[in-house]
Ligand binder design. Structure first.
Ligand code: FE
Length: 228
């Protein structure tokens, strides 16, 4: 069995939100899809350990906010690598409550789909929640949906030679090390820097400010390991 086949599946990237009484939470998921058009039905696969899972089980409602390609990694890290049990994920996020009372993320969201759970399937580590669509809408038609493949490419800090962000690799004689975040897998690439945090391309890992943190998960420099 060659599991590399899984990487050939195409996915988007979404913030799946829910609520439990007056508490709201959301998380990043790449496993959301439309399953029927009449009646309009969608499904999401959510890890049982996640707070959002607990909230969906409680309220039987979830909303899928489809994020755009221009979404910064900090935003994805905020919803994807932080836990709603530790922080209020919506503290500094623009959102509105939809028809079902579940938050629709407004920052970086290009479209949203609100659903009420009509069925669910226990898949071991995850539950697939099947939801009848109650409302949906497009918020920004100027940006394309983020794909999982695009996110991975950006996360890995690679840019094709044809891309405007491509930087010529430094001469081999002056080898500049990349560092990997042991928490989330983000790779700090000195060729690319960390423009979202104001770090210019060409900045060595060693020269990053001491208070610099992983742009995806927020881990500090000590959590980074040199790429071998
Ligand atoms: Fe990280």
């Amino acid at each position: 069995m060659d599991k590399a086949a899984f990487y050939r599946l195409s996915y988007g990237l979404y913030v799946v939100t829910s609520r439990k009484d007056d508490q709201i939470n959301g998380q990043i998921a790449n496993t959301a899809s439309q399953v029927t058009s009449e009646p309009p039905t969608v499904a999401v696969s959510i890890n049982k350990q996640n707070l959002t899972h607990e909230y969906i089980e409680a309220s039987r409602k979830f909303t899928v906010s489809i994020i755009g390609k221009s979404t910064p990694m900090q935003f994805i890290g905020h919803f994807g690598f932080k836990c709603g049990r530790d922080i209020d994920k919506f503290a500094n996020i623009r959102f509105k409550l939809g028809e079902t009372g579940v938050p629709i993320v407004l920052d970086h969201t290009i479209a949203y789909i609100e659903a009420e759970v009509v069925n669910q399937l226990d898949c071991g580590t995850h539950t697939i929640f099947v939801g009848r669509v109650r409302d949906c809408g497009v918020l920004d038609s100027s940006d394309e949906p983020m794909t999982y493949a695009y996110y991975q490419e950006v996360k890995r800090g690679k840019a094709p030679k044809t891309a405007p962000t491509y930087q010529e690799a430094p001469k081999k004689a002056e080898k500049v090390d990349k560092y990997t975040c042991s928490v989330c897998g983000y790779i700090y690439d000195p060729e690319k820097g960390d423009p979202d945090s104001g770090i210019r391309s060409g900045t060595k890992f060693e020269d990053l400010p001491a208070d610099w943190t992983c742009p995806v998960c927020g881990a500090d420099k000590s959590k980074f390991e040199k790429e071998g």
